[in-house]
Ligand binder design. Structure first.
Ligand SMILES: [Zn+2]
Ligand SMILES: [Zn+2]
Length: 704
């Protein structure tokens, strides 16, 4: 360093180097500054674009090809225009023209799905727990000090509808991801006032720890909260915090009764009764050769240490700001309405219902190259026919493609749906239709076929105060802690039907019933919160549905403590979960969308669509996203804006000073869609109506 300073002083006569000062000074005096600046800026732009293009799946050759084309498109024109100037002064003038070739393109990134999010790097800190707290999550280790050789109780990776999951021991790898921890986390749930605890898997919450007395008293995880094909049960344990021994105390047998559901399908009423013939009561847990068994003596038991969960997976304060207490009400029955084979495959309801124009798009469920080609071709046709007839699509085809591809790639990861199967599709089909009305006007739709559930553990077990399933007093009511597969076929209008200026512009005859029209208080204002559907108003990228921010009694849903960490719950009628609130958490990596989904992006990720056809993107993180496109373009009352030729779109957002209807306090709202549609829906054919293929040609079927 000293040698460098001396050299600068000797060679250049400068006493000090101040790069910034020299740079600023040069801007004033050096006529070459502007052109140097512009060339540098265009190169920086190229590098940024190339960086954005680069993913781990991009080959070096592809990156170089991309780089060459960007240099040709963006750098060369700058240099050429400078060279072509007839004088130095003109060259400087030309170079000083603001970045005419500068291109920051919007990208329609979508969030990594849960399966991918789990593979992201995460390192937790392991803190020993001294006692067991009811409903807390723990990792259970054979070591008093966490190290790379510590063994943890872990869910087996193989799902079996008949046998459940194995209970295995596993190490934490050197390079840990979210996945490294999730399968090793267990929720300890007190069995009434017995002082004993059930052990539920966090990752696969339908499963609790049980013993197989016919298989050497091996511990196994068995389905206790779903439509299991073989019924087992669960154990309760005492934990001695001095000896560190886990002792099996009682066993409960799982069973359910089945009845015909009032809304189709069947209902399952579960019960758990003490297994009075349980032969291994007071046995201890032993770990040997990676297998957990019950043994009869304390001398043969393995001391086991509880570590607090390194990831806080409970309900964050912002999702239950009033601290509504956890209720112990029993769970409402779960339902089952369908099997995936009734929906998917060439004999399933979708393939057999759509006509030949659209069959190629639904020939295979989930991600598939052939259906993608067919969908891309249809999208191109839609754009051409729309524009030729003087109409306009809401968005560039890339927006719909982004939604389609991400939704189709979403698979159920967690065993958390009563009748779901890990690994199954959550959105088997997304396809595009292009039908004309009787006046020959095209009304293209993106049709989304989904099971209405999220891929991750749905968190229903943690909801403090879930909706009551009964009609009577909440105290004696069962509450919604189970979800089941739904059979959604939703239409997203793609034509640009314009926007409303007042919420009631979307009134009768299109919307005849909503929170406002059903109001009990005549003075209730019709606004973005109240002029909202009583049910779902949009669909998220994982195929789960959105509801308005207010619940059906006009209360912001999160203030009632009725939502999961994802901002979702199952309503009074049962079914699949729906989401009232934005579950994004800063620094957290397992929500619908997360910080990593913003890396190298020019705009927050696409996370869903309102049924009005308006795309929903993630929130702008303040001030982190100040350089993102649209950051300075204020969201309107609906939470929407338009910028950079995207077309009008919603963003999830935070409202900090909202006074709920009929209240005097203010609350912070974590909004997906507030409720009302800004997209004009009065001329959308069959808007929220005619949901069968035989009555609604826009679904792509044949209407007799
Ligand atoms: Zn709800
Ligand atoms: Zn935007």
């Amino acid at each position: 360093m000293d040698a460098a300073k001396t050299a600068v002083k000797t060679e250049l006569g400068l006493e000090s180097i101040d790069v910034m000062k020299n740079y600023v000074a040069a801007k004033v005096t050096d006529t070459n500054y502007a052109k140097a600046h512009n060339v540098a800026a265009s190169i920086a732009e190229v590098l940024k674009t190339v960086d954005t293009d680069s993913t781990s799946s991009t080959t070096v050759a592809a990156k170089l090809t991309s780089l060459a084309s960007k240099v040709t498109a963006q750098v060369v024109p700058n240099i050429t225009s400078i060279k072509s100037a007839t004088s130095t002064t003109n060259a400087v003038t030309v170079a000083a023209i603001p970045q005419s070739t500068k291109i920051i393109s919007i990208d329609y990134g979508t969030p990594a799905n849960f399966a991918t999010a789990m593979t992201r790097s995460f390192t937790g800190s392991m803190v020993l727990a001294s006692t067991v707290t009811n409903r807390s999550r723990y990792m259970i280790s054979d070591a008093a000090t966490a190290s790379s050789t510590s063994k943890y109780l872990s869910m087996g990776s193989i799902y079996s509808a008949t046998a459940g999951y194995a209970a295995e021991s596993a190490n934490l790898p050197t390079a840990t991801t979210y996945d490294s921890y999730l399968s090793k986390l267990f929720l300890l749930v007190a069995q009434g006032t017995t002082g004993y605890y059930r052990m539920d898997s966090h990752f696969h919450p339908n499963n609790s720890l049980d013993v197989d007395t016919a298989d050497g008293n091996k511990l196994k995880f068995r389905n206790n909260f779903g439509k299991a094909s073989t019924l087992y049960g669960y154990l309760t344990f005492s934990y001695n915090s001095t000896t560190k021994l886990l002792q099996a105390k009682k066993r409960y047998r799982y069973s359910y009764t089945t009845a015909t559901g009032s809304t189709g399908g069947s209902t399952y009423t579960p019960s758990w009764t003490e297994d009075t013939s349980f032969s291994a009561a007071d046995y201890y847990v032993n770990l040997a050769s990676g297998v957990y068994t019950l043994v009869s003596t304390a001398a043969a038991a393995t001391p086991l240490y509880l570590y607090n969960s390194p990831i806080d997976l409970g309900i964050p304060t912002f999702m239950n700001p009033k601290g509504v207490a956890f209720v112990d009400n029993g769970p409402a029955p779960f339902m089952s309405k369908l099997t995936t084979s009734q929906i998917e495959g060439t004999t399933g309801s979708i393939y057999t219902s759509v006509n030949n124009t659209y069959k190629a798009q639904v020939a295979t469920a989930g991600t598939n190259a052939d259906t993608k080609t067919a969908a891309d071709t249809m999208l191109a046709t839609i754009k051409t026919t729309m524009e030729a007839s003087g109409g306009k699509l809401r968005y560039a085809p890339a927006v719909y493609t982004a939604y389609r591809d991400a939704a189709l790639a979403t698979k159920l990861v967690s065993d958390s749906i009563a009748d779901g199967t890990p690994g199954q599709n959550l959105v088997p089909y997304v396809y595009f239709t292009n039908e004309k009305d009787s006046s020959n006007v095209y009304h293209p739709f993106m049709v989304v076929v989904s099971y209405g559930n999220q891929a991750s553990p749905n968190g229903l077990v943690d909801v403090p105060h879930p909706p009551g399933a009964g009609t009577g007093d909440y105290k004696t009511s069962n509450v919604t802690r189970f979800s089941n597969l739904e059979n959604y076929v939703q239409m997203i209008p793609m034509r640009d039907y314009g926007q409303v200026t007042a919420v009631t512009d979307n009134g009768s005859p299109t919307i005849t019933k909503n929170l406002w029209t059903e109001r009990k208080v005549s003075t209730l204002a019709a606004n973005v919160y109240t002029y909202a559907d009583e049910a779902d108003n949009g669909i998220l990228i994982d195929g789960s549905v959105m509801f308005p921010a207010y619940n059906n009694v006009l209360e912001p849903s999160h203030l009632a403590g009725e939502l999961s960490a994802s901002g979702c719950h199952v309503g009074q009628g049962g079914g699949g979960p729906h989401c009232h609130s934005d579950g994004y958490q800063s620094g957290f990596g397992l929500a619908l969308y997360n910080d990593s989904d913003y890396s190298n992006k020019t705009h927050p990720p696409l996370i869903g669509f309102g049924y009005d056809g308006i795309a929903l993107f993630g929130k702008y993180r303040e001030p982190t996203d100040a350089s993102m496109l649209g950051y300075t373009s204020k969201l309107d009352d609906f939470g929407a804006h338009n910028h950079d030729s995207v077309g009008y779109h919603y963003h999830a957002h935070t409202v900090t000073d909202h006074t709920p209807v009929g209240q005097t306090y203010t609350a912070t709202m974590y909004v997906l869609m507030k409720g009302a549609y800004i997209g004009k829906v009065t001329t959308v054919p069959n808007f929220r109506a005619k949901t069968t293929f035989s009555t609604n040609k826009y679904l792509g079927g044949t209407v007799p």
